[in-house]
Design a binder for this molecule. Structure first.
Ligand code: 2AL
Length: 244
């Protein structure tokens, strides 16, 4: 089985870490490759960044179909382009917010999300609604670290651990969901430190794709998620259409 993990931002260092942690949980018969799109934002922490990350993601899905990918992970916590990716891919596509929120719902009565910047909290709430996880999501907190500083800020572990501990105490929650793919390498350490389960969406989504593929399950393509209708696209998006 071949799972293509798409880090929608163009930070290659983050993509390498994501690949390492996705591979660490994949089964022996599973090949995992993580990529960043050739075009897109360096990091995704606004609706603007998220919208402009989608063409690059869809280009990676299209090339993944040529490469024989059996399924895909969208490794950004806003789950950008998820529905569109499902229309293009023959196999399952899972977003890390979706996988992490669903996994956390198994772990107790409620979870807290800890994301990067305050401005990304709204999107996390929207996704909790969308995935039917609002009933479990007791709070969405920000650690105040921009995405690209997660790797370089020497205080990252300390700040993120403090934010996770505060979130659990304030919300009375049983688990924490990490709100950025760039936090995947810190999950085990934070969980050990605060003593509650901490869910990393990169690993949760990788295993969910592996499970769905193993069960022979894929996106239903009869209606809403059928392949997009052929039509021309113009300008910078010319390559995304079908010439008439
Ligand atoms: C993210 C993420 O997972 N990748 C990225 O570039 N931004 N999420 C976030 N909450 O900032």
């Amino acid at each position: 089985m071949f799972i293509k993990v798409i880090n929608p931002n163009t930070s290659q260092g983050m993509t390498a870490v994501i690949e390492q942690f996705a591979r660490a949980v994949a089964g022996p018969g599973t090949t995992v490759r993580a990529v960043s799109p050739a075009m897109g934002p360096a990091s995704i922490e606004s609706h603007y960044d998220e919208a402009l990350s989608v063409p690059g993601i869809l280009a990676e899905i299209a090339s993944g179909e040529q490469e024989g990918a059996d399924g895909y992970v969208i490794a950004c916590f806003g789950d950008p382009g998820l529905d569109a990716a499902r229309e293009l891919a023959h196999g399952p596509v899972v977003g890390i917010a979706e996988a992490a929120m669903r996994a956390a719902s198994y772990l107790g009565g409620g979870f807290s999300v800890v994301t990067t910047l305050d401005r990304t909290r709204g999107r996390a709430w929207d996704l909790a609604d969308r995935y039917g996880a609002r009933r479990f999501c007791r709070g969405v907190h920000a650690c105040g670290i921009p995405v690209l500083d997660l790797e370089s800020d020497p205080e990252t572990v300390k700040k993120l651990t403090t934010a996770c501990r505060t979130a659990v105490e304030q919300d009375g929650s049983d688990a924490v969901v990490l709100g950025c793919a760039g936090m995947t390498n810190l999950c085990a350490e934070i969980s050990a430190e605060i003593g509650v389960p901490v869910v990393d969406g990169v690993q949760a989504a990788t295993l969910m794709v592996q499970s769905l593929v193993t069960m022979g399950l894929r996106t239903g393509a009869r209606g809403e998620f059928a392949a997009p209708l052929p039509k021309p696209y113009t300008g910078l998006l010319g390559d995304f259409g079908t010439p008439s």
